[in-house]
Design a protein around this ligand. Structure first.
Ligand SMILES: Cc1cc2nc3c(=O)[nH]c(=O)nc-3n(C[C@H](O)[C@H](O)[C@H](O)COP(=O)(O)O)c2cc1C
Length: 207
């Protein structure tokens, strides 16, 4: 039983998303007794896909050489961590309206044809089991163009990525306006929402 905790802010201890992610994981560990699997993308970034990875990832296992398998090794580690997780917590900042590049590199390692999704007549079908996934997002400004903020390309993208591999129980917690209000980590609504989310996860994991 594992909690997978993924962080993507480059700002280490100063990061607001990391602070809230840490709070969330501390509660989950305490209340579920689950082990923690840590994946810090900012300080141990996954490789960007290169030509050999692109070739290897499209081949069925029976046609792969040992060299192909080697190219997929890192991706297999990332997928293994996700597949073993009972719940996933991701904390990250918005970078230029969307996910940080290191998170995109994680996505490229994890979303693989024939491994985490299958092509069907109905489109892509996820091959992983669903599990509660919580995404904590810090942004300097406010998000949501319809609310007078900036366009939010992060939320629909992350939702679609997880849906593609079979994970639809995804909740977002936002820490907005960090560059305008100073320390948004104390934003009561975000902490309240996060606590409700943790309550729900703990209840679902213990039922
Ligand atoms: C490269 C870069 C791009 C950013 N792009 C945006 C952006 O598009 N919209 C926004 O609201 N904030 C943007 N920010 C600000 C961060 O999202 C904000 O400072 C956030 O609180 C950082 O999260 P952290 O405290 O967890 O590090 C950007 C910051 C950096 C470094």
């Amino acid at each position: 039983m594992n909690i997978l905790h993924i962080s993507a802010s480059p700002r280490g201890a100063d990061s607001l998303s990391r602070k809230l992610g840490g709070m969330c994981v501390d509660r989950l560990k305490l209340e579920t007794g689950n082990e923690l699997c840590r994946r810090d993308l900012a300080f141990d970034s996954p490789p960007f896909p290169d030509a050999s990875f692109a070739e290897a990832s499209l081949l069925p296992p029976s046609e792969r050489t040992p060299a192909h398998e080697l190219c997929l090794q890192e991706s297999e580690v990332l997928i293994g961590e996700l597949a073993a997780a009972t719940t996933v917590v991701i904390d990250m900042p918005v970078h230029n309206f969307t996910v940080p590049a290191v998170f995109k590199a994680w996505v490229d390692g994890v979303v693989r044809p024939g491994r985490t999704f299958a092509h069907t007549d109905q489109g892509k079908e996820g091959l992983l089991a669903d599990r509660p996934t919580t995404v904590i997002v810090a942004s300097g400004g406010s998000l949501g163009a319809d609310l007078g903020g900036q366009p939010d390309f992060l939320t629909p993208y992350v939702r679609q990525i997880f849906k593609t591999i079979g994970i639809v129980d995804v909740a977002f917690i936002y820490l907005q306006n960090s560059l305008r209000n100073g320390d948004a980590s104390g934003e009561p609504s975000a902490i309240e929402l996060l606590n409700h989310r943790v309550d729900a996860i703990v209840a679902s994991l213990s039922s």
